[in-house]
Design a protein around this ligand. Structure first.
Ligand code: C2E
Ligand code: MG
Ligand code: MG
Ligand code: MG
Length: 288
């Protein structure tokens, strides 16, 4: 009987697995087409000063609107792009597009771009970033690259070398999703990041118990000791903001200040190209 059940399960399970694999293949095929189909776009999420609430920059986040399925979550297509290596061309597009966009803003705000570990495996990464800056006319000190610990895990010396070259150009480097990885302290010792981004899982738990507060304070203190700025991501509530302000967190990002949106929605804040340079900045600040 057990055997029969096992076989039954097998028969039911196999087509489902095939379907899943087929589904993936189709999505991969469509993602390959996405650049040509013009179905990729960037959303921009405000980053604000922790003390004043003034807008300091935006994180560029990739969006994909599938011609049939509609919008596909980055948590679905980014891992797929990583596994297939497609992220290298997509990442190149993201960087060029974000720099091109930011170069048009009247306000000299920063733009943060996520870099995949795969992009780090290309030995010419620093040169290609430099070429994109030259091509778009964006000043390197307005570009921030967000990387995760996974870039360092395979070959720390090599990754550190690449990061140093990028930093040498005046580009800032942030460690994204800090606190979720394994080699955090070793990594921090090996490379002077400009910023640590506290993962939003910790921010989300602020207020639900003492644990998250202890961790967030520890990261802030670590940042201060190592001379690195700290950004809290995923700030959604006034209570979280209040805690972070009181703990002197330098920058914040989250739905409370603004969701990732097309840049047109933030036109007033960036100073639209038509607006004369020198017009007063409209800070996003904290909403009522
Ligand atoms: P990430 O770099 O850590 O980006 C922050 C994510 O948190 C974004 O999700 C953003 O929409 C979300 N978020 C920000 N504030 C809040 C908040 O207050 N509440 C909640 N619940 N979420 C918030 P998104 O856009 O879905 O992107 C997910 C991940 O996909 C990113 O995490 C990043 O790892 C990856 N990704 C997105 N765009 C790119 C890209 O251009 N290149 C690469 N390599 N990865 C990208
Ligand atoms: Mg990021
Ligand atoms: Mg993050
Ligand atoms: Mg994250």
């Amino acid at each position: 009987r057990a055997k029969a059940e096992g076989r039954g399960t097998y028969r039911i399970f196999t087509p489902a697995m095939d379907e899943e694999a087929e589904e993936r293949r189709m999505l991969e095929r469509d993602l390959r087409q996405a650049l040509d189909d013009d179905t990729l776009s960037l959303h921009y999420q405000p980053q604000v000063d922790g003390y004043t609430g003034a807008l300091v920059g935006f994180e560029a986040l990739l969006r994909w609107t599938h011609p049939v399925r509609g919008s596909v979550a980055p948590s679905v297509f980014v891992p797929l792009a990583e596994e297939t290596g497609l992220i290298v061309v997509l990442g190149d597009w993201v960087l060029r597009e974000a720099c091109r966009e930011a170069a048009q803003w009247a306000q000299p705000l920063k733009v943060a771009v996520n870099l995949s570990p795969r992009q780090f495996q290309k030995p010419d990464l620093p040169e290609s970033v430099l070429a994109i800056l030259a091509e778009t006319g964006l000043s390197p000190d307005r570009l921030e690259l967000e990387v995760t610990e996974s870039i360092i895990i395979n070959d720390m010396a090599r990754a550190v070398g690449i990061l140093r070259r990028l930093k040498g150009y005046g580009i800032r480097i942030s460690m994204d999703d800090f606190g979720t990885g394994y080699a955090s302290l070793a990594t921090l010792q090996a490379f002077p990041f400009d910023k640590l981004k506290i993962d939003r899982s910790f921010v989300a738990q602020l207020g639900t118990g003492p644990q998250a507060a202890v961790i967030v304070r520890a990261v802030l203190s670590l940042g201060r000791s190592l001379g690195m700025g700290v950004v809290a991501e995923g700030v959604e509530t006034h209570a979280q903001m209040k805690f972070l302000t009181e703990e002197a967190c330098g920058e914040m990002q989250g739905y409370l200040f603004g969701k990732p949106r097309p840049i047109a929605d933030y036109a007033a804040a960036v100073g639209a190209p038509a607006v004369a340079v020198g017009a007063p900045a409209v800070a996003v600040g904290a909403p009522a």
